[in-house]
Design a protein around this ligand. Sequence first.
Ligand code: UDX
Length: 444
Amino acid sequence: MKITVMGAGYVGLVTGACLAEMGNHVVCLDVDPRKIDMLKRGEVPIREPGLDAAIARNAAAGRLQFTTDVAAAVGHGTLQFIGVGTPPDEDGSADLQYVLAAAENIGRHMTDYKVVVDKSTVPVGTADKVRARIAQVLDERGLDLTYAVVSNPEFLKEGAAVDDFMRPDRIIIGCDDERASLLMRAVYAPFMRNKDKLVVMDVRSAELTKYAANAMLATRISFMNELAMLAERVGADIEWVRRGIGSDQRIGSHFLYAGTGYGGSCFPKDVKALIRTGQEQGLQLGVLQAVQQANERQKQVLVQRVLARFGEDLTGRTFAVWGLAFKPDTDDMREAPSRVLITELTRRGAAIQAYDPVAMPEARRVLAGTPRLQFVEHQSAALEGADALLIVTEWKEFRTPDFDQIKATLRQPLILDGRNLYEPALMRAFGIDYIGVGRAAAAL
Ligand code: UDX
């Protein structure tokens, strides 16, 4: 099939490459000529396992092309996927200007039937706005062409996006047009050979489903973070509680890990946007407000631990920080808890020696100008002369470090672990003072 993908960002590139993989002829459009030039040279602007290879393979086969030519791109695909950014406005609602600009381009250049697919995370009612914008432009052109607008939200995790696209848990299609529905089914059939994972529904329900999924996951995390704080007070261990409740099939074991709070490009933004949608409808979404507040509080957890131990004035103190990215296997620093930690500690006079396997260039950019912040080339170098080791991201290479060396290198053997990587009893055996999140019972 002929497919156009608007936006060569995270969602657009993964969608384009994976659809090309199944034999579709995909054209990816972006307004940024530098990005398109890079892609044409075979350079991929984002880091995502398997993406470089998929792009190279399909570009070489002539099934995946990149362009800045709007008219040609719109002319190409019967299906027009919109995968542009929807950054949050100041008030927390999603900024739709790029989505609507894409809709306008489609209206301006289309000459035959199109299925316009909203892939970006957009608030309920956006498909109607996209439809209206296209209708308006067609009207100005004096044309009466048929088209459908479909909602097809993505559920891609950073670091596993290609895999998630190739082997989805489910595919949500919001559609009220029979022909569009048939085309969407045909496009996704190869991704679900063994089982029908397609859930076709009305457009608004599909739009809400995406927010509901992310908000539910964020709720689980905030719930566990709150219980972890309680576990510390009452002398319980959240790791046992997690295993205890996760074995209930109705609860399930995923996304129950207490930590330093959720970050990234989706959860914080989507929870905020959903609260905002509620407000617009005169509804106070109290559960989600609490989820957000709990998360803000949780991002301070390591800061609080440091202050409790070293006092408010951290002048002359040095802390080793392991992990900067909001989660492992990405260099994404958006809403990363490490940013809150580093900003708060340096503001109180501390020096930071930070290490992350891949996110240091990005961290250097977003934390530019932070005083007394030094990036080091190896995790052990971060420990030199530090008063404590603070762990923020659960990279695999932090899982089994040389504990004797940690103890010998730190000024005092103290680990404040925001990800519960180690067993408290083992740390005791090594003579390390160790504090995890919600693990009071294990620390006894
Ligand atoms: C998420 C959704 O999983 C994905 O379906 C959606 O399309 C985009 O948002 P992503 O942001 O890449 O994906 O990260 P994810 O792996 O879901 O983690 C989100 C955050 O929650 C991270 O900061 C992570 O550290 C935190 N988290 C996750 C916890 O604190 N505890 C957990 O148990 C799980």
